[in-house]
Design a protein around this ligand. Sequence first.
Ligand SMILES: Nc1ncnc2c1ncn2[C@@H]1O[C@H](COP(=O)(O)OP(=O)(O)OP(=O)(O)O)[C@@H](O)[C@H]1O
Length: 381
Amino acid sequence: MRQRDTLRYDQTLFRDREVFEFAYVPDQLHHRDAQSRELALLARQAVRGGSPESAILRGPPGTGKTTTVLRLFSEIEEATQTIVPVYVNCQQDRTPLAVFRCIFEKLVGYAPPSTGTHVDDVLGSIVRRLRDRNAALLVCLDDANYLHESGHLNDLLYRLLRLSEKWDVRRAGVFAVSSDLALNLYAAVDVRVRSVFHPAEVFFPPYTKTEIREILAARIRQGLYPNVVPRAALALITDIAAEEEDVRVGIDLVRKAAVRAEADGRRTVTRNDVTEASRSIIAPALQTRAANLSESERALLSRIAEAARDGGAEVTSGAVYEAAQEYAPIGKTTYNARLKRLEEAGIVDLLLRTGRGRTREILLRYDPEQVLAACGRPGRT
Ligand SMILES: Nc1ncnc2c1ncn2[C@@H]1O[C@H](COP(=O)(O)OP(=O)(O)OP(=O)(O)O)[C@@H](O)[C@H]1O
């Protein structure tokens, strides 16, 4: 009986909840073939006694950088013992000692003593293990920008990449990951390091809307029972994730919407579940957009959000103008210019309605409470 493929009323909507966990690495990555191939090629240089090559992985948040590396690392681990892939989260481990402790733990199988350990002692143990196994290190420094910020990037890279010269082991490879597009990690290291660090640059562009939909659909197939997320709900989730330019937002929305439906005893997710779930998701794009507005534009946006929150469905330009006058009188031209700015900023849509007289309807693209929070005002208490 195909029990796992059918859903009974007393069952959960989830086939596998782990599929929606933050640390989940899918077996198959979509739309990252080029990057996966390039990184595999760099790692492969270590086969037959060589050393892995280094790379800098750049791309905005949620473009699959970490997942692509972790996927490759688990394939390497299955395939060979002569490359030792080590993943380090530099947001957590920001000093050379902390990073070398991670490497030690991976090689030895347990953590070094937590106090009184000097970096050279840890390094000594690492080198002995590498020699015993005739293995080469391949270290992923995820969020390497934190190492740069803490002032340790140079020192760490220097020690790591010079290991081979000093101790006669195979040269390590480094995959340095950064989602800070304004930071050029290679330019940030000094000449001493550059003499040993020759990274390839691997770029991860934002996913298109179609790509986001395909990634989400695959995740849904894996983690939920069939037909739990109908087409219309997936379309809305895709719209929101594409607007945020972050597939992670979409994955989180699927999980939250399914949890809502499940709690209600329903077998399918509705668009309303998605809208409700989206309220609890931080909207990074909205935050940035609101932060770029002037004080007076934000004040106007707050009036619109209050009207949408309190007044029901339709918010007209005329009504908001009246409400705005109560706070600080402004002329029609200034008002219209500010309204236009809000539209250009991608926070509202202005809809001209013709009929009896011409009315302009203001449609908020985000939940009113979220808009108020982004404007720095408390929401409904
Ligand atoms: N191509 C893909 N196929 C399947 N899932 C993906 C893909 N790309 C990203 N994901 C999923 O999206 C989420 C975010 O991906 P990931 O953490 O790898 O992004 P990132 O670029 O490292 O982000 P950040 O810079 O914020 O750390 C993860 O849950 C991951 O599983």
